[in-house]
Design a protein around this ligand. Structure first.
Ligand code: GDP
Ligand code: MG
Length: 442
């Protein structure tokens, strides 16, 4: 696959300290192909690559990365930043009822998403929600909204096929006002972008409703053509957000980048199943990984950037292998390593199951505070005490406690924990430790 080729190229770029015009060309060509393969539209790809190139040129390459890896890191970051810009929940800061207008092609997932949003607003935002369908062309569509609205636990406002969409809208707003609804979700007929009469109709609906949110619902499987659809809807309506549906499919989801770039509207939600609870807040960082399809390299880059220092882990492993004692300096460097790797809570997710279960009983916020206190205590020790913890008896403990501003019992507890860790290290020997550290690093 393309990503494999890109990975190979990355490997051949060792030993260069900077991203330069000459080493960046091949890489960018592959990134371009990877994006096109993910169905990002061509003009969007071109713009994006130009932006990345500008950012990348002349950049120093961090630590043990090579320029290729560093570039993938930059691409990933830029992708996530572009797609994640301005992401926020539904805006409801308006005199109720807050009206939300759903727009998009036939089959994009408007009706389904209307109900999913109703559920989201009821459960997460504690709102009283009304839905209405202005899809007068298909009686089945009105019935469909009724069914899914029930599932969402919201109220449905009846409409009929012989009414005008604008009249339906006005009646629904009136009802919502009188019955103190917080939100009115207006589902509309699916339309093809080229159908001018239907585009005129939704423009009129927008003018009538003056919605706080006008959401463009788009199918993530749509591929290259998403750009044309997005352009047509952007020209017709002031879009305030995007919902990307069917992300549970196997597309790479490049439509996200196209649609975001063309409309300028933030991607607010992602549809991840047909079911009523299949709606997630859009996660740009995760989606960037999917579009790029280079999870391995991205993970490596992040690891290096987080400052996980495998060399010092290796040194520690060698030390234990060679029979040297694990001392408080090692303990301290482990503690700070843990902090660098994103805190104990994220570490927990990476631990082997049975260790995680044990650790999970503890309160993680407290655990992180404990780590800081432990560091404080070790910092109050003399170098000799750190190397030979067994020297630390009562009077030394009192001095350390006073220096770190803690009780003597806490020093005891910390020394106990250190001893437990030392025992564990002995049991694991070097190899086991390296494996554990690698796991910690992700
Ligand atoms: P509309 O024409 O825009 O109103 O689209 P619908 O809401 O009727 O959805 C069209 C089809 O797509 C239906 O079969 C939905 O169940 C399905 N659908 C909508 N959103 C999603 C999603 O996020 N994931 C999956 N797998 N199917 C979806
Ligand atoms: Mg529909």
């Amino acid at each position: 696959a393309l990503s494999d080729r890109l990975s190979k190229l990355v490997k051949t770029m060792r030993g260069q300290a900077r991203i330069t015009e000459s080493n960046v060309q091949d890489m960018l060509r592959e990134v371009r192909m990877a994006l096109l393969e993910a169905d990002v539209a061509l003009p969007v790809v071109r713009d994006f690559i130009a932006r990345v190139k500008e950012k990348a040129l002349g950049q120093e390459v961090a630590g043990s990365l090579n320029p290729g890896q560093a570039l993938v890191g930059i691409v990933h970051k830029e992708l996530a930043a572009t797609m994640g810009e301005g992401v926020s929940d539904i805006n409801l800061t308006v005199q109720p009822p807050a009206v939300i207008l759903m727009a998009g092609l036939q089959g994009a997932g408007k009706t389904t998403t209307t109900a999913k949003l109703a559920k989201h607003l009821i459960e997460r935002r504690k709102k009283k929600v009304l839905t209405v369908s202005a899809d007068v062309y298909r009686p089945a569509a009105i019935e469909q909204l009724k069914t899914v609205t029930r599932q969402a636990g919201a109220e449905w406002f009846p409409s009929q096929g012989d009414q005008k969409p604008r009249d339906i809208a006005l009646a629904a707003i009136d009802y919502a006002r009188k019955h103190h609804f917080d939100v009115l979700l207006v589902d509309t007929a699916g339309r093809l972008a080229i159908d001018e009469a239907l585009m005129a109709e939704i423009k009129d609906l927008h003018a009538t409703l003056t919605p706080i949110e006008t959401l463009f619902v788009v199918d993530a499987m749509q591929g290259q053509d998403a750009i044309n659809t997005a352009r047509a809807f952007k020209e017709a309506l002031p879009l305030t957000g995007i919902v990307l549906t069917k992300l549970d499919g196997d597309s790479r989801g490049g439509a996200a980048l196209s649609v975001r770039s063309i409309t300028g509207a933030p991607i607010k939600f992602a549809g991840v199943s047909e079911k009523i609870d299949g709606l997630e807040v859009f996660d740009a960082d995760r989606h960037a990984g999917r579009v790029l399809g280079m999870g391995d390299i991205v993970a490596l880059v992040e690891e290096v950037q987080k400052g996980v220092d495998m060399q010092s882990a290796q040194k520690l492993a060698d030390k234990i292998k060679s029979g040297d004692a694990f001392d408080l300096n090692d303990f301290l460097s482990q503690l700070s390593q843990m902090k660098k790797m994103g805190g104990l809570s994220s570490l927990l997710e990476k631990l082997p199951a049975e260790m995680a279960a044990k650790a999970g009983q503890a309160d993680m916020g407290k655990a992180e505070k404990d780590v800081r206190r432990m560091e404080g205590m070790i910092n109050s020790m003399t170098p000799l005490e750190r190397r030979k913890p067994d020297l630390i008896k009562a009077s030394r403990k009192r001095r350390i406690a006073a220096g770190a501003g803690v009780q003597v019992q806490e020093v005891n507890r910390m020394l106990n924990q250190f001893e437990q860790m030392r025992d564990m290290m002995k049991k694991m020997k070097g190899g086991g430790l390296m494996k554990m550290m690698k796991r910690f690093g992700g």
